[in-house]
Design a protein around this ligand. Structure first.
Ligand code: NAG
Length: 188
């Protein structure tokens, strides 16, 4: 009886292991088109079972995660501005850039929620424009701190860079959707 329970238990553990390995496999597969695949898999693996092999779901997941990260970096920048007198101008520019990026990403998510075969081309064009702009916004934020020293600034640069990498990944996932074509979406 005990042996049976043990066999059953190890069967359970093995299956759940298989499932999660397969789930991550979907993320790995989807993330192949991105420039930062490890970061992509790390940030998107929880979507594996929902998104499977659907390019539109991966694009949506990519933009959602980017919104979360951009929001979190924006909050960090605001806290930082309050405690630091230095770099006020660069920080204010950054916060403004991140607000713009957030706006562009929200608009993108809105489009991804209403994909349609008849306007697919226009939608893909808009997505590319807006997410590219968000990526540029994060990049010019980094430029404002270029060449500066200090642990805090390094941390800040890392976080902003991370957000720009995640945005780049989202753009790649959207471009993959565009390349796959409107046949990949289920809407009429
Ligand atoms: C980068 O973003 C990912 C996804 O949101 C997050 O898990 C990770 O902690 C971030 N890393 C840094 C250095 O901010």
């Amino acid at each position: 009886m005990l042996l049976l329970a043990f066999v059953f238990l190890s069967f359970l553990t093995n299956t759940s292991h298989l499932v999660s390995a397969e789930g991550n496999g979907y993320a790995r597969e989807a993330c192949r088109v991105t420039r930062y695949p490890d970061l992509c898999v790390h940030s998107l693996s929880s979507f594996s079972n929902i998104a499977g092999r659907s390019p539109s779901k991966w694009a949506r997941a990519g933009v959602s995660v980017t919104i979360g990260e951009v929001k979190s970096v924006q909050a960090y920048l605001k806290r930082y501005r309050r405690v630091r007198g230095r770099n006020r101008v660069a920080l204010s520019d950054c916060i403004e850039n991140f607000a713009d990026a957030l706006d562009e990403l929200h608009r993108s998510l809105g489009v991804l929620r209403k994909l349609s075969k008849s306007t697919f081309g226009t939608q893909m064009g808009d997505l590319n424009t807006w997410i590219s702009a968000a990526f540029t916004d994060a990049g010019s934020c980094l430029d404002g701190f270029e060449g500066q020293k200090g642990r805090q600034i390094k941390l800040l640069q890392n976080r902003v860079r991370n957000a720009s990498y995640i945005t780049s990944n989202a753009l790649a996932l959207v471009n993959k959707l565009a390349a796959t074509g409107s046949e990949s979406i289920s809407d009429p």
